[in-house]
Write a protein that binds this ligand. Structure first.
Ligand code: GRF
Length: 216
């Protein structure tokens, strides 16, 4: 099976991008990042990509009259690079329904909560305010409604006493860096399919669940 060509969309520091870059160094992942696109010229992730020798491009959303124009340019550049799977990794733009439809089941996102809980922003502060005891992250296919779509992998971490949004975010981020590479490997090796709007894994030993203990 040929390595899957991946495009990663970022807006910021790119720590998940880094995790994907490192995962792609392992032939078992069966994926290659062929393009990193950012809507922000100062995104730290662009430096990480350049250091790894991955082509990058900046598409400034402010240069476009509307979302459709911006998404059209995203689509054009992804196609020109031969991208087969789009990974959203801290990409802070709402995508149009048309773009999402064009990449249906070929675009995934990582979100810092155990979906369907805490869609949207400020997930960790909201989870702490609710007193939940488990937090985590979700890798899911992208659908038009924000932070919905078939769930591929989830990783759970404990909430510990004294947690602040920052300490919890750091623990969840470490889980993200395991969950996203796992999801990419499952997709790139053909082990995931969508049936009835559920992501089905093939039943072999790797599952879509990661439980992390507090020391990890
Ligand atoms: C992560 O917490 C991710 O779950 C969310 O945005 C953040 C991006 O962080 N979608 P990074 O840029 O990958 O470090």
């Amino acid at each position: 099976m040929a390595a899957l060509k991946v495009g990663v969309l970022i807006s910021g520091r790119g720590s998940n991008l880094q995790a994907l870059i490192e995962a792609c160094r392992d032939p078992a992942t069966n994926a290659r990042i062929v393009l990193v696109l950012s809507n922000k010229a100062d995104a730290g992730g662009l430096v990480r990509a350049a250091e790894a020798g991955i082509p990058t491009a900046v598409i400034d959303h402010k240069a476009y009259e509307n979302r459709a124009g911006f998404d059209g340019e995203l689509d054009r550049q992804l196609k020109a690079a031969g991208v087969e799977l789009v990974c959203l990794a801290g990409f802070m733009r709402i995508l149009t329904d048309g773009f999402i439809a064009a990449w249906r089941n070929r675009m995934i996102n990582i979100h810092p909560s155990l979906l369907p809980a805490y869609r949207g922003l400020d997930t960790h502060a909201r989870a702490l305010a609710d007193g939940v005891k488990l937090a985590g992250c979700t890798v899911h296919y992208v659908r038009p409604e924000l932070d919905t779509g078939p769930i591929i992998v989830q990783a759970a971490v404990p909430v510990v006493s004294g947690d602040t949004p920052e300490t919890l975010a750091a623990r969840v981020l470490a889980a993200e860096h395991r969950a996203y590479p796992l999801a990419l490997r499952l997709l790139a090796t053909g082990r995931v399919k969508v049936e009835d709007e559920k992501a089905i894994l093939d039943g072999r030993p790797v599952s879509g669940t990661i439980l992390m203990n507090p020391s990890e």
